[in-house]
Write a protein that binds this ligand. Structure first.
Ligand SMILES: O=C(O)C1=CC=C[C@H](O)[C@H]1O
Ligand SMILES: CC(=O)C(=O)O
Length: 290
């Protein structure tokens, strides 16, 4: 009845995103950024120190910085804690009492806490439009684009995107700034949105910067070797260039950490690509290392 325990899973890479049915692109003068239900209660289903939440937080904050830079209003949605059965309505049937009467559980995660001037909407149903001021806020500001981030992709994110479409608001779901019950639900929700009600995009595409410009630290064979050595507690000189690093103890959790770290710098590389050929020289090719 309550929330599932969500095992760590890799965020989808740009190369894995579904084809969009329409070619809308985000226009900062028309957009509002929605940070959807990133509350401690809903995040408690995840290991927030692992994928996908680490990248989710990093990318939501990159988008918040972009919004501040371009005058895009930022709106948070959050369900109240301690709702009565009457307030819960059918959410009660599906999810039980929901967020406890505990300010900490109901609070937005500190890592992505609202800034001064951000709007916080009290949310009641899957869609962030239902019984909130979101529609009014968009129209008051003459804006008809909603850039959607947060949890859970196949529930409130998808429902809000579909509701936006029915209100003639262009919905953009940021694929690496949302998270779900698992990779399959995440991917299926993105595919549905891309084909039926909105555009699925990525943080890099919205903020308009490519990977290495974000950190300025280009990838080199020696940097890759050093990061692998660091994860394995080995001397970089001992890390082979052409051997399977799984034989050296590089397990999937460490591999996911590497993928998250490099993707947070904007490298367009997926966990599965690293896992397919787990060797320094293969990764150097993928990362365009010099
Ligand atoms: O308790 C709830 O209301 C919920 C639990 C899990 C996902 C749903 O989006 C949310 O409504
Ligand atoms: C988390 C939540 O409330 C939703 O996905 O709608």
């Amino acid at each position: 009845m309550g929330l599932p325990r969500i095992p760590s899973y890799p965020m989808p890479a740009a190369a894995e995103l579904p084809a969009n049915r329409v070619d809308w692109t985000v226009d900062p003068s028309r957009a509002v950024l929605l940070v959807h239900d990133l509350q401690n209660h809903f995040l408690s289903a995840f290991d927030t120190s692992a994928a996908p939440v680490t990248e989710l937080f990093a990318n939501v904050n990159r988008l918040r910085a972009w919004a501040a830079e371009h005058g895009v209003p930022v709106v948070y949605s959050a369900q109240p804690g301690g709702q009565s059965a009457e307030q819960r309505g059918l959410q009660q049937d599906f999810w039980g009492p929901g967020i406890p009467d505990d300010p900490r559980a109901a609070a937005v995660a500190d890592a992505v806490a609202p800034a001064e001037g951000d709007r916080l909407l009290t949310k009641w149903k899957y869609s962030a439009f239902v019984r909130t001021e979101l529609d009014e806020l968009l129209r008051e500001q003459g804006r008809d684009e909603l850039v959607i981030t947060g949890v859970y992709t196949h529930i409130g994110v998808q429902a809000t995107a579909c509701d936006a479409w029915m209100r003639d608001i262009r919905a953009f779901v940021v694929a690496d700034a949302v998270a779900d019950f698992g990779a399959d639900e995440h991917r299926a929700a993105l595919t549905w949105v891309a084909g039926r009600c909105g555009v699925v995009t990525g943080t890099d595409a919205v903020v308009g910067r490519r990977g290495r410009e974000v950190t300025g630290m280009a990838f080199t064979v020696e940097r890759i070797r050093a990061e692998v050595a660091d994860l394995l507690g080995e001397d970089p000189a001992d890390i082979p260039l052409d051997e399977n690093l799984a034989d050296w103890g590089l397990d999937s959790v460490r591999l996911m950490a590497l993928a998250e770290r490099w993707r947070a710098e904007g490298a367009e590389v997926a966990f599965l690509q690293l896992a397919e050929r787990p060797a320094v020289e293969a990764w150097a090719e993928l990362l365009g290392a010099s």
